[in-house]
Design a protein around this ligand. Sequence first.
Ligand SMILES: [Zn+2]
Ligand SMILES: [Zn+2]
Length: 272
Amino acid sequence: MAEQAVAAAAPPSPEEVLTEVIALASALDGVGAVVGAYEGFTYAVQARDPSLEMYADEIAAGSVAVLEAARSRVPGDEGSARVVMAEYGERGLLVADAGEKFTVAIVGEKRVLEELAAPVERIVRRTPLTCPSCGTNLDVRSMTCPSCGKVIPFTAKACPFCGYRPETRRCPSCGAELHIAVDRVELATAVRRKPAVEEAKPKEEEAKPVAAAPAAAAGPSDGTLVALAGAATAAYYAVAYAAGINPVTATLAGAPALALAWLTIFVRRSKK
Ligand SMILES: [Zn+2]
Ligand SMILES: [Zn+2]
């Protein structure tokens, strides 16, 4: 690992990507469990919430179902959905496709997963944000929010817990002062220059003020909101675990209707 900055040769393998995402996600506050899977079978588990560990196999299987179902529901977008989020109340399930049948599922608070989705997507697409000064991969890093002390993704637009938006932040590797723009990183000294890239796509207002706006109104603005019918059953079970409810009890209480009405899935699609 020591020579990684020097040898910028081959893109990371699916297993390396899986390891990166697991390491990042399991370090964050508000994440209950991270399950890496191969062909839908548990490959690696990091459970901060021990009560979720026993559900690793269900989460692994359910997450693949969520991914496949989301893809089949987005016409013309097959294959490009690499990161899918299922939500249930305040909880969520973020599923990422690391390639070659490796997937990773992250169970946790929805507000955290919403901030985590963009870094995870860049990691699995092998297009991470890197430090312009030293080249280190910033998307795999976490940091402590200077305002509330929670551990959050280094490249989060805003703290999912308190809404704090750092103007600049220091590269954890070389200490350069960085400004993280929509989808790129600049040295803080370069911020005043005219924007080099004019973006065709509308500005992503990804970081929502946590307390102010209801999440339903804001939603991930670069995601497509897809209501799932056929996928709802499989996804429901996965998300029921994520929500910390007993799926058997919930099913008896009329879960199929519940799942259809409440379960929505965000598909993050690349606009490239
Ligand atoms: Zn904070
Ligand atoms: Zn650096």
